[in-house]
Design a protein around this ligand. Sequence first.
Ligand SMILES: C[S@@+](CC[C@H](N)C(=O)[O-])C[C@H]1O[C@@H](n2cnc3c(N)ncnc32)[C@H](O)[C@@H]1O
Length: 265
Amino acid sequence: MGLHRTNEFFQCLFGAVFHHRKIDSLIGSVAHNSRHGVLPVSEYYSTRLSAEQLERCYKLAPPRILRYLQAELDFVADQVGPFDLVLELGCGYGRVLNRICREAGDLVGIDVSGESLEYAVRYIDCNGSVQLSQMNAVSLAFDDDIFDVVFCIQNGISAFGVDPTELVRESLRVTRPNGFCLFSSYSDKIWEERLEWFSIQSEAGLVGEIDWTKTEKGLIVCKDGFTATTFREDDFRELAIELEFEAHLIEIDESSLFCCIEKGT
Ligand SMILES: C[S@@+](CC[C@H](N)C(=O)[O-])C[C@H]1O[C@@H](n2cnc3c(N)ncnc32)[C@H](O)[C@@H]1O
């Protein structure tokens, strides 16, 4: 499914909620920006880990991981206000958007997986304004300075397999002056439980078999080549120096590490 068809498809489904002025201008930029094609979707997310399969990963989470997920969601929900225009990068099937649509004004979710976005249309049960578009987080089809809040959680800064500098730079580009971006990664303190959760997913056939000879703290390697890494405090600090922003790092629940970046004026 191509970008334009997908955008029209989702805009059509959610069309009734597009009355907000900021959203109108945003749709204009999506529809008319031709430099952004659909970029190749990482194989896992387009084939094995989209839509229902991705939802199954979350359903298989053991209790400590459920607590981590809840704490991460609650933190994001606390950061958004009722009049905010909020963008989630890598929104998947809408797990987070569905949770925060009660708190936020207008929500936009983008993902490279068309299957996940189609599933999100059915999954998100919300009376508010939600727009979904198929896009790559490092080449967003939005104008500069639009969103009040841009967030990318679940270690997306590592998991997307893109250049973190490009990801943060692009996120800041679409954030309005005085708005902010949120990125979350895993705290090392939840490593054992994270690995256990990954093993459960592997045993369920959702991800490949773990290569225990190459897996070590902060790094999970599967025999089929899939790797899951960790973006740590030092990585955020290095990025902050490179892109000249102040990194506010907050650990939540001894499980997530959030990096909050306020965009200057
Ligand atoms: C671990 S899932 C998290 C989904 C959602 N944020 C959540 O917490 O439920 C990562 C998502 O990022 C998407 N993704 C991967 N690479 C991406 C990219 N370069 N741009 C946008 N989305 C991407 C995948 O398709 C997948 O839906």
